[in-house]
Design a protein around this ligand. Sequence first.
Ligand SMILES: Cc1ncc(COP(=O)(O)O)c(C=O)c1O
Length: 377
Amino acid sequence: MDISEEEKAAVMKVMESQLLSSLAGKEVENFEKEFAEYIGVKYAIAVNSGTAALHISIASLDIGPGDEVIIPPFTFIATASSLLHNNAIPIFADIDNRSYTLDPESVKKKITRKTKAIMPVHLAGVTANMGPLLDIAKEHNLYLIEDACQSHGAKFNGKRVGSIGDLGTFSFYPSKNMTTGEGGIVTTNSTKLARQCRLLRHHGEPYWYAYNRLGWNYRMTEIQGAIGRIQLKKLDKYIGVRNENAQYMTDALNGIVGIDPPYIPEYCEPAYNYWIGRIHPDIIGLDKDQFISKFPNSKILYPKPLYETKLFQKKIGYPRGCPWSCPFYGKDIDYSKIKLPVVEKVTKEIFALDIFPGISKEELDDNIRIMKNLASK
Ligand SMILES: Cc1ncc(COP(=O)(O)O)c(C=O)c1O
């Protein structure tokens, strides 16, 4: 995260204007226009988190009780919990063994009459394989929601993520490629969905005291909007540095056996959020926990598939069991029986390293030295 004099000045300007809410000022509205233009879509709807962006995206499509949405299990909880909060059922498909994003072949096997959407996650700046996912969505008449919360600026076949599916969602949490402190945004080319998202983030209220649908207060503040406008101007520069740092580590590992750098598929122009490495425990003689304990800078990325966590194993939902025991669902899903071999192996071998702008060359070199040492044990 890089907050400079420019952001501070923009915040002060909002403070002096006394217009702190997006209902009063113009910062959020302008940020939305600028973000939409950057992504290459007609509309952007700013909210107060990436999670809120997911909530309103799903609700805008009228996905709810009894509906299934296919997602990867190698992601942050909000991808799944945003479905549960809309009373919909997350269905996990496996991930690709190299990109760690949703595997289209596994998605095909998970489609049922209840499937309403596919929600791939662009992971740490590496895009999901959108071509086959778009084909599957078209063939089965499903919506495609891009969880791009970690991948601002990444491109799939030349198109920015967030402009490919029906809706895209982004987070502006400080660890992301750009920040507003907390915040999020939805992107879309659909006039109808944009209108619904605007309603949903503001109480379902199109004008004072009219309530046209069940909504939330997910509005972004003017201060966040002002920070976002400055950060957006610097996003391409940030991505350039992130990609350079990532490439520096990848190049240094060339020829090293036992630790793989991230794999970038030919369709992807990355915007690295983290550098994701993979160990081969049989070669380096260490399991992931041992490796991470010897490498203090490394981070655990998703220690287990989401369906193995208590929330899913015990199907903890709303009181009285919704959404899983919802009469509209009429099925009994048992997450304890799910077996997805790729994600179960990947979660035992993956670690993440920082590559944010501002990280020192010494830290990158230190990481490289430690990885080389551990690989040659
Ligand atoms: C893939 C993914 N989806 C959703 C979110 C939620 O974003 P936020 O933390 O802004 O609510 C995150 C945040 O880390 C994320 O990584």
